[in-house]
Design a protein around this ligand. Structure first.
Ligand code: SF4
Length: 351
């Protein structure tokens, strides 16, 4: 996206390179000033230009005439019994998205949204029901991290260390912006979040996976949910336009370092994809040296035609995969009581 100065530039909309261009070309300042600004914005998380105290007063006044700092606004915060925290965020145009903080042992992982709504329309997903409205901008994705980190710090909670792009939207359909975000995450004077801790969840587009792989900036998690093309076409009709064989071929070519593996997400839907035969088919599909499987028991959603699988069936499914030599784990579904679990994000308006 070309760099462009608006009447009032929201500074968090500028990635590292654009901020430098803004400082050098528009403010006519030396380059080191952009490093200072970057640090204030992303490491110190200031909310006003006046808080940038190592800038002279005249410089701050000059900046205030051209720029502002606007984070996504928190419209609602909900906390689950299991510690999961869900934010409903209002964007500058009034659109709503959600982001979720998930407690891990000594840290939090944040699930980020990349679009308002989603075009993929997977039949089990609340976000898919909304349809697609628009892509999120750089600042709207990065802004979710600012909100999450600041909240944890204000509450004296464990730090944010991991990111998963698994919230509302299909990240690879907002690839340019996603790559700009991923490029800036590790910056030490900024968010300082290692890309190795970032995971991009996608239904899988071979050409876009190739680009993500070439950049070596994140690992994909594939929303698979069905072990055959036929079943996938039923429950994820748009995603299945990419044939499963083509998707698996693209993943085979995905560059990975030793010990890295591609995660496959498999949502177990009662009597749809949860039989032992399905587990056998899944085992035939996935290379046990290159893939691992996250099994997630479906959280029923009102008005959707799917039920939660029986617990013993979920366990038997997992065991069958291990019997085939695959690595598979049942993921505890976090935050289902506040509709923050997989497939439940909907960005409902504030009550
Ligand atoms: Fe979109 Fe993901 Fe929901 Fe499918 S599961 S509709 S890709 S948000």
């Amino acid at each position: 996206m070309p760099y462009k100065v608006h009447a009032m530039q929201n500074l968090i909309e500028l990635n590292k390179n654009d901020l430098e261009a803004f400082v050098v070309e528009d403010l006519k300042l030396p380059r080191f000033r952009s490093e200072q600004l970057w640090q204030w914005l992303w490491q110190k998380r200031v909310r006003t230009i006046d808080d940038m105290t190592n800038l002279s007063k005249p410089l701050r006044e000059q900046l205030k005439g051209m720029a502002e700092i606007v984070w996504p606004e928190i419209a609602k915060v909900q906390q689950s019994k299991d510690g999961t925290i869900k934010f409903l965020l209002r964007l500058a145009d009034g659109k709503l998205v959600e982001t979720v903080l998930i407690p891990m042992q000594d840290r939090y992982s944040q699930c980020l949204s990349t679009q308002v709504g989603c075009a993929m329309g997977c039949t089990f997903c609340n976000t898919g029901l909304l349809g697609f409205e628009r892509n999120l901008t750089y600042g709207e994705i990065m802004g979710q991290i600012l909100v999450g980190r600041q909240y944890l710090e204000d509450q004296g909670m464990n730090p944010l260390k991991n990111l998963v792009f698994m919230g509302m939207g299909e990240p690879l359909l907002n690839l340019d912006t996603l790559l700009r975000v991923l490029d800036d995450l590790p910056c030490e004077r900024g968010l300082s979040l290692s890309w190795r801790r970032s995971m991009v969840s996608t239904v899988g587009f071979p050409d876009k996976l190739r680009i993500l792989g070439e950049r070596e900036v994140a690992l994909p998690a594939i929303s698979l949910h069905a072990p055959t093309q036929e079943l996938r076409a039923k429950i994820m009709p748009k995603a299945a336009k990419v044939h499963l064989n083509d998707l698996m071929a693209a993943l085979k070519a995905y560059p990975m370092r030793p010990r890295e593996r591609i995660t496959f997400e498999y949502l177990l839907l009662k009597d749809v994809n949860d039989s032992l035969e399905h587990a056998d088919q899944l085992a035939r599909l996935i290379d046990r040296k290159k893939g691992k499987i996250n099994l997630i028991a479906y959280n029923p959603i009102e008005g959707m035609p799917y039920g939660a699988p029986d617990r013993d069936k979920v366990e038997a499914f997992e065991k069958r995969l291990w019997d085939h030599g695959l690595t598979a784990f049942i993921r505890r579904s976090m935050g289902s009581d506040i509709k923050a679990a997989c497939g439940q994000l909907k960005a409902e308006d504030v009550q």
